[in-house]
Design a protein around this ligand. Structure first.
Ligand code: CDP
Ligand code: MG
Length: 677
């Protein structure tokens, strides 16, 4: 296969690299060989090690330190250990380190437990939603998602069990990172002994310093900059835009393997579906590999994998083989894989967005920012010079925005605002936002909360609002649990809440033809739609299965189903605490669907003659996702609600259930009256 689309004079697989852009960074001469070293000497070889004493001194002297350093220099794995070794976890105190992503929290905790020499969950542990591998008594270093630490402020407003908190990957500006920074600033006024470390991969640290600086007290905050080890990375662009970057990514990886020297390949795509498709494209090419070339070992990296599968990407490639890791944005900064020499960057990323006019939230695939593109390229130059292939023309790079806006400014704030109110922050204007959300978004959130009966006329939380804030669920799903009392279907709604909290329930087992898996899946199909289909699958699993063999023959993921069982158990405890009955709807699907509308009332859509749908609010054109049981069928009533919306080239909706339009009015009517006020 020849790739003639590379711009002459820039780098392409097989072409000589006679013109290239270098990614910024300090260049150091020699590459250390890590793998055969003891853990201790590996730790001492990390760039952060030289700064150990300075860091510990600053933590002692300043309340807030902002640490900036190249990805891979050791911030996440080493800093909490330094604090631990210096005694910050004495007297039963805990050191927390937050991550915006679940996968990062689990994989880093696993690594650090090995470095410390402890069983995961003992001295070193992690906590992510619905999964706690830590011990209140014994865990001294706790990795957790930022959402989990924020949630902890609801029960322990001063976060009193922590002596030091590291807010990691702060440059990502995830919604809970921002909220935590705001809350921690408040906490530190009441508890100045608490140390805060804000760590960031990029150099936008001054904004954080400004935020924490106090003109009356110069010892409030400081910046510590860690020089990074960084080799030059040559950047190549496509000459023409590609219509299919997934396919292109597979081809470019393939050509790198045939034509370039040793070194692993890291490919950035936007999500699981693209990753799977890229793996398929590669597997079609693999039988054609010439004898002389390395054997290519394709590996996926995304949040839907089991911990073991995730850890496989860190294993060194055997002699004569080359890893190609096909990853989501997770490998951009939160996890570091040694041995990457080639980066293939699709130039896209999947982010959450919200349109305040239609009150519709969605997942959108958008071009990356310049900051992201540079960060991704940098992953090729950690231990030796590398090459980054951007799958778009150079002119596109020049048109990219500088950085992705903080989540707070672009997502649905209904759930976070409910939680802020539950923390007693009623006046949202007075909260010290790092970046404030747009007023229209705040207004939509407040309207939604009022329509759902969670805040009263005075803007304060109602009793239900307080309880919903405690549930580890989005407001809409939590509301369904509460409304199930009225519709007498608690048993089933509980299952649906658990099943919509997991992803990738249905799978195509290895070696099985797709069509057969499709047939198996149809056995669970409920006429009414996907929510009831998920319910059927769950009930069959608990009744007959609970084994991996049974799951395999029914095209279900055993791991995901088991997780759903565990989540359901945890949610059941909330229902019991709030005295919500676990009635069964006894097969009355109407009651159940009515209850679903109480959670999804904002996500209504109407069927059109051309097979597409229009959203109730905003009249947006929606396509049914091919995995839906309603993909090929018109709903009898012509109306549906949906769980989520995703925007790529077109807008698709997933997990869809047929409803009666009147049911929307129960909620929608109230909703629109409020809107007109
Ligand atoms: O947080 P930062 O990007 O500064 O670096 P880190 O995540 O602490 O990683 C430091 C080093 O640990 C990396 O360069 C990897 O070599 C190594 N590491 C690893 O081998 N396996 C892991 N699961 C995590 C890190
Ligand atoms: Mg890190």
């Amino acid at each position: 296969m020849s790739l003639k689309f590379w711009k002459p004079g820039t780098a392409g697989p097989g072409s000589t690299l006679d013109r290239a852009t270098e990614v910024e960074g300090n260049v150091v001469p020699s590459a250390p060989a890590y793998s055969s070293l003891s853990i201790q000497s590996q730790r001492e070889r990390l760039p952060i090690f030289k700064h150990r004493e300075k860091l510990l001194y600053c933590v002692e002297k300043y309340g807030v330190i902002i640490v900036v350093g190249q990805t891979g220099c050791g911030k996440t794995t080493q800093l909490p250990q330094y604090l631990f070794e210096a005694g910050w976890a004495a007297d039963g105190n805990t050191i927390a380190c937050t991550q915006p992503r679940r996968v990062a929290a689990t994989s880093v905790a696993t690594r650090v437990a090995a470095e410390v020499g402890t069983v995961l969950g003992d001295e070193v542990g992690y906590t992510i939603r619905f999964e706690d591998v830590s011990s209140k008594e014994r865990t001294r270093i706790l990795y957790m998602t930022d959402g989990m630490l924020f949630r902890e402020t609801l029960v322990d407003p001063l976060l009193s069990r922590y002596s030091a908190i590291m807010i990691d990957e702060a440059h990502e500006r995830s919604v809970y990172t921002d909220l935590l920074l705001g809350v921690l600033k408040k906490i530190r006024r009441k508890r100045p002994s608490l140390r805060l470390i804000v760590s960031s991969a990029t150099l936008d640290a001054t904004a954080f310093l400004e935020y924490f600086k106090d003109s009356t007290d110069p010892d409030q905050a400081t910046i510590v900059s860690l020089e990074g080890r960084m080799y030059p990375v040559e950047v190549a662009y496509l000459q023409e835009p590609t219509p299919d970057y997934v396919r292109m990514a597979a081809q470019v990886s393939w050509n790198i393997n045939l034509q370039q020297g040793p070194g692993d390949i890291l490919v950035f795509l936007t999500g699981r579906e693209e990753i799977d498709r890229c793996l398929e494209e590669l597997s079609e090419l693999i039988p054609t590999v010439p004898k002389a070339a390395s054997r290519l070992i394709p590996l996926a990296l995304h949040a839907g994998l089991s911990t073991d599968e995730q850890l496989r990407v860190f294993e060194k490639a055997e002699r004569g083989t080359r890893k190609v890791i096909i990853s989501t944005n997770i490998a951009e900064a939160s996890v570091t894989i040694d041995g990457i020499k080639y980066v293939v960057d699709s130039g896209f990323v999947k982010i959450r967005t919200f349109n305040p006019t239609t009150a519709l939230a969605s997942l959108s695939t958008v071009p990356t920012s310049v900051a992201s593109a540079i960060q991704r390229a940098g992953r090729a130059g950690r231990t030796a010079p590398g090459v980054c292939y951007r799958l778009y023309p150079e002119s596109v790079f020049e048109s990219l925005t500088h950085s992705t806006p903080p989540e707070v400014t672009r997502i649905d704030m209904t759930t976070p605002i409910l939680q802020l109110k539950s923390l007693g922050i009623d006046d949202l204007m007075k909260f010290e936002w790092v970046s404030a959300p747009p007023s229209e978004t705040v207004l939509r959130a407040l309207e939604g909360l009022a329509a759902a009966g969670m805040i009263g006329e005075d803007g304060r939380l109602t009793v239900i609002g307080e309880q919903v804030a405690e549930c580890p669920l989005e407001v809409g799903i939590a509301r369904m649990l509460f409304m199930s009392k009225e519709h007498k279907c608690g048993e089933e709604i509980l299952t649906i809440a658990a099943m919509t909290s997991v992803q990738d329930v249905f799978i195509i087992p290895d070696g099985a033809p797709g069509a057969l898996a499709e047939l198996e899946r149809r056995k669970f199909t409920a006429e009414e739609g996907d929510h009831l289909t998920l319910l059927n699958a769950y009930n069959a699993f608990t009744k007959y299965g609970r084994s991996s063999g049974w799951c395999k023959s029914h095209a279900l993921s055993f791991r995901v189903m088991s997780r759903a069982v565990s989540i359901r158990g945890q949610l059941k405890k909330y229902m019991q605490r709030f005295k919500l009955p676990l009635d069964s709807c006894e097969g009355d699907a109407r009651r159940l669907r009515r209850c679903l509308v109480s959670g999804y009332w904002r996500n209504g859509a109407r069927w059109m003659a051309d097979g597409t749908y229009r959203s109730v609010r905003g009249n947006k054109v929606l396509h049914v996702h091919p995995t839906s049981v309603l993909f090929t069928r018109k709903p009898r009533s012509g109306w549906v609600i949906f769980h989520e919306m995703e925007e790529t080239k077109k807008t698709q909706i997933r997990i869809i259930t047929e409803i009666e339009p009147d049911w929307l009015l129960d909620h929608g009517h109230k909703y629109s009256t409020i809107e007109k006020r």
